[in-house]
Ligand binder design. Structure first.
Ligand code: DAH
Length: 342
């Protein structure tokens, strides 16, 4: 009997120390210890040599040994039996790891929408530099040095070289395009512009515009109106009303500003529309013959229209943002509200 106990303890030690690095080794373990010609079978065979009065105790020991071997086999097997071996450790009902993604800035969303509407009408994207010279920003656009309309846009000049300035409008891109392209020209030009204004809820020292320019033979004011009507319907929906008001810009003749019915109050009157029911969204007009001639474009053959709109204003109407400063403060609570919009 003592012999049997010693023997079993030795086997136990050996078994406890066994390991498997793959499923084949687990199978080898099974054959060696639990197989029909395995160790467990032969140890059980020892029972017949045990004297009758010790059979009960020996039976218990052998049973316990059997359970030991089988338990070890189960543990080894569990390591290589695929995903369900881990299922006990994983709580599948736990929420996954949330990956934070950024959101597009509301001004980018609006700019992209404006550009894509005009692209569908055949306008190509054009860009120009933020730092401009006097000629492209003013001179070429029919604002000579002594022109009173220069005061309409308070300009930031570059300290080191005052013939350079931060562009005050994207109309400078019109000049850049006419300088390098021949008609027909059909471009849409988004960009940032700068003016020396005191920062408040309603004014900022930089903001964004989208400029449009279309030059070809026989371009008329009717084309301008139709193009801008289409834009407004695509941007704001079919119910929105539109009106043109005569205006003045040195680079267009005739000139007009376009208003849309206020989206905030539905035309009834509120702070945003200053209780008029209408909000101005852009300036426009027929390109002044002098501007065309500045770039050697024959104004007896070609005509064109141009327009410039404020991206902040359009974003305000779409998303009801009532303070311009929010756009540049990078407050995550503001920006997060646009997650998912494109
Ligand atoms: N540049 C003008 C501004 O900043 C907007 C503008 C008006 C652009 C009429 C145009 C236009 O192209 O034709 O206020």
């Amino acid at each position: 009997m003592d012999n049997l106990i010693d023997q079993l303890n030795k086997y136990k030690e050996e078994i406890a120390a066994s390991n498997a690095t793959n499923a084949d080794e687990v199978e080898n373990f099974r054959i060696k210890y639990l197989g029909t010609k395995g160790l467990l079978k032969s140890v059980m065979g020892e029972m017949k040599n045990v004297p009758n009065d010790q059979k009960k105790q020996a039976g218990q020991l052998l049973n316990e040994f059997k359970q030991f071997v089988e338990a070890k086999y189960e543990t080894l097997k569990a390591q290589f039996s695929g995903s369900h071996s881990h299922s006990e450790n994983i709580d599948l009902s736990l929420p996954g790891n949330y990956i934070k993604i950024g959101s597009r800035h509301p001004l980018s969303i609006t700019r992209n929408r404006i550009v894509s509407i005009f692209k569908r009408l055949g306008f190509a994207l054009a860009e120009g530099p933020d730092i401009e010279d006097d000629w492209h920003n003013f001179g070429a656009m029919n604002l000579p040095e002594d022109h009173p309309a220069r005061d309409m846009q308070d300009t930031f000049y570059i300290h080191q070289n005052p013939s350079w300035l931060l562009r005050t409008h994207t109309s400078s891109v019109q000049a850049r395009v006419m300088e390098t392209q021949k008609p027909p020209i059909r471009v849409i030009c988004p960009g940032r512009v700068y003016r020396n204004e005191t920062i408040s809820a309603r004014a900022h020292c930089f903001f964004h515009q989208v400029e449009g320019l279309y030059i070809d033979e026989n371009v008329s004011f009717a084309d301008l109106k139709q193009t801008l009507y289409f834009f407004v319907q695509e941007m704001f929906g079919k119910e929105v009303k539109v009106r043109f008001r005569p205006s003045y810009f040195p680079f267009t003749e005739p000139s007009a500003e376009m208003d849309i019915s206020c989206l905030i109050c539905g035309g009834k009157g509120c702070n945003v529309c200053k209780h008029t029911g209408w909000v101005e969204i852009l300036g426009s007009g027929m390109v002044h013959p002098k501007v065309l001639e500045n770039f050697g474009i024959d104004s007896t053959k070609y005509t064109g229209f141009a327009f410039g709109m404020g991206v902040e204003r359009i974003t305000q109407l779409k998303y009801r943002v009532n303070d311009l400063r929010l756009y540049s403060q990078n407050d995550i609570r503001f920006l997060q509200q646009f997650t998912g919009a494109v």
